[in-house]
Design a protein around this ligand. Structure first.
Ligand code: ZN
Length: 570
């Protein structure tokens, strides 16, 4: 009432006082208009204009109304020129920390993402890298993305291939699952593997046929000590590498990244880099269960779930099996092609016995923090539900903010338990493209057709997310969306067309649903007043192009809290 009186008084005093420079009461810093605004808000799915002030969304709606209410003299009006504005992508699961080193490693992904089609091509890529970077003798050379499933005639990469070309450098070719790698003799020596090394439970050390000598490939628990002792950036490189890693995410339109299995010293590095201003985007880290003790000592749980210099500890990561393409995922039925070391009747195995899984899940529930649980095979998914039934006895349906990472080989009958126990599946539809042929060979057609069953999950009321698992698969959000909508394999075959989802559902799985997974739904994931101005501009609207063209859509610009952090071609 008082304001109305003052306004009337101002009018009575004459228009002379209202100068041309006067800004509206809530002048925006920015107004986006002139293109499709896809909000991910069911109550207002599209809009003509979006106003930003102080890093937050001020208003979404009709262009005329927004300009008359929020366009001040200093407001910058951004013409989208027919492009599409969406909420910045929220990464449901990837390995952010690995992005720091990817810039310094050799890409040996299988085509089309890389050159790794056979052992010779991998050796050639490594040699090129060594030459270009003038790597001195004795220095470790690392590669990422090795996929044995595309190797011709089952001719796998081994230590002999690497020794011939690199007698004087330790070589470590990371497996595409990130759960292992192939080493040459120098690296095996550096990481203490020999004929005398016993294979630990839950681990794989492939031996040279007819001998006990390691043949190069080390996986799962046998790999963990290698992973833990890999070289880390120097103090001077920490911020530089963090920014380089985050630029990869920004280029992909991602404004919140996930770090899906963090070790204590890596967390300390991330905290130093964040404090030093090395963060462009938000990063949510999930400490690995095996590192919980030192991490809790340095980071009391009371500080979890809050951002500090763009870094937040989200909860705990528990991994209970391996990867289906590495044949280390745990199933109720054996692989059709045996185990990774030639084992027969091999169903894979849990990385730890059921009692240990129960204990780990109970420990996370007792802390009262979100759980990200890695399970791929239907046997591992059963094992988690058993652990839940033991740890959550008394109140099985309480929302404990549990996300099952991958949940790839979910059986039809297991969907009920996701619903009943309020577990969010974070699926991995990129496998319908990258690994479908391998899965058909290893697991059969019927199981492969049902991988990452997003359609059934959504129809049963779940709010699944979808992820790249970068660096396991390339960080390409539009390609991920394309796989969820089309489900077509590398060889061009439809993979479970009945599980296809709509582009809108696919976009929700990487925006509002993943915001919900991270308990950030009130701040992120849709374009609504009060939420953060975390935005992505795409050259085309994914809801309007033919579904097969979604993978051609390019990220043009990425905005974090009103500030442009990536611009294509700039
Ligand atoms: Zn992962």
């Amino acid at each position: 009432m008082k304001h109305k009186v003052l306004a009337t008084l101002a009018l009575l005093l004459g228009g002379g006082f209202v100068t041309a420079h006067a800004a509206p009461p809530t002048a925006a810093d920015l107004i986006y208009t002139g293109g499709d605004i896809v909000t991910m808000n069911d109550k207002q799915p599209s809009a003509q204009a979006l106003a930003v002030k102080g890093g937050k969304i001020l208003a979404v709606g009709d262009r005329k109304a927004i300009e008359s209410q929020h366009k001040g003299t200093k407001t910058k009006v951004v013409n989208l020129a027919g492009k599409a504005l969406l909420p910045g992508f929220i990464d449901a699961h990837s390995h952010y920390f690995s992005s720091l080193t990817v810039a310094n490693q050799v890409n040996v992904y299988a085509p089309p993402a890389g050159p790794g089609k056979d052992p010779a091509s991998i050796v050639a890529a490594l040699a090129k890298f060594k030459e270009r970077n003038k790597v001195p003798k004795g220095t470790l050379i690392q590669a990422y993305g090795y996929d044995e499933n595309v190797m011709p005639n089952g001719r796998l990469l081994n230590r002999d291939d690497l020794d011939k070309a690199f007698p004087d450098n330790p070589i470590l070719v990371g497996h595409v699952s990130m759960h292992g790698g192939v080493m040459n003799t120098a690296a095996l020596k550096q990481f203490n593997f020999s004929a005398e090394t016993k294979t630990p439970p839950g681990g794989v050390i492939v031996r040279k046929p007819g001998t006990n000598e390691p043949y190069g490939l080390i996986m799962e628990t046998a790999w963990l000590p290698v992973f833990a002792s890999l070289p880390k950036p120097s103090a001077a490189q920490e911020i530089e590498w963090s920014l380089a890693g985050q630029r990869l995410y920004a280029e992909a339109g991602v404004t919140t990244a996930h770090e899906g299995a963090t070790h204590a010293e890596d967390l300390a590095l991330m905290q130093r880099a964040a404090k030093g201003g090395g963060y462009l985007i938000d990063v949510i880290t999930y400490p690995f269960i095996t590192e919980l003790e030192p991490i809790l000592k340095a980071n009391p749980v009371s500080g979890w779930g809050k951002y500090d210099n763009r870094l937040k500890i989200g909860g705990v990561k528990v991994t209970i099996d391996g990867s289906p393409q590495g044949k280390t995922a745990f199933f109720t039925k054996p692989y059709l092609t045996g185990g990774p070391g030639g084992e027969r009747d091999w169903p894979g195995e849990l990385t730890a016995p059921q009692e240990a899984v129960n204990k780990a899940v109970k420990a996370v529930y007792d802390l009262g923090v979100p759980l990200n649980l890695h399970a791929n095979g239907d046997g591992a998914i059963d094992a988690f539900f058993k652990a839940h039934e033991s740890a959550a006895a008394g109140d099985l349906s309480k929302d404990r903010h549990v996300t099952m990472i991958h949940a790839q080989f979910t059986r039809r009958d297991q969907i009920d338990k996701f619903v009943q126990y309020k577990v969010t599946p974070s699926f991995y539809t990129l496998h319908t493209y990258y690994f479908a042929e391998a899965h058909i060979a290893n697991r059969g057609k019927e199981q492969t057709m049902y991988i990452s069953p997003m359609r059934d999950a959504i129809d049963r009321g779940l709010k699944p997310t979808n992820h790249t698992d970068f660096v396991v698969a390339p960080l390409d959000q539009m390609f991920m969306l394309w796989t969820a909508v089309n489900r077509i394999s590398r060889a061009g075959a439809p993979i479970g067309p009945d599980q296809r989802i709509t582009p809108m559902e696919g976009l929700k799985a990487m925006t509002i649903n993943s915001a919900r997974q991270h308990l950030e739904e009130d701040l992120k994931g849709s374009l609504e007043p009060g939420k953060l101005a975390d935005l992505v501009i795409l050259d085309k609207n994914p809801l309007k192009v033919p579904s097969m063209a979604i993978k051609e859509i390019k990220v043009v610009e990425t905005v974090k809290e009103g500030r442009t952090i990536y611009k294509r071609g700039a």
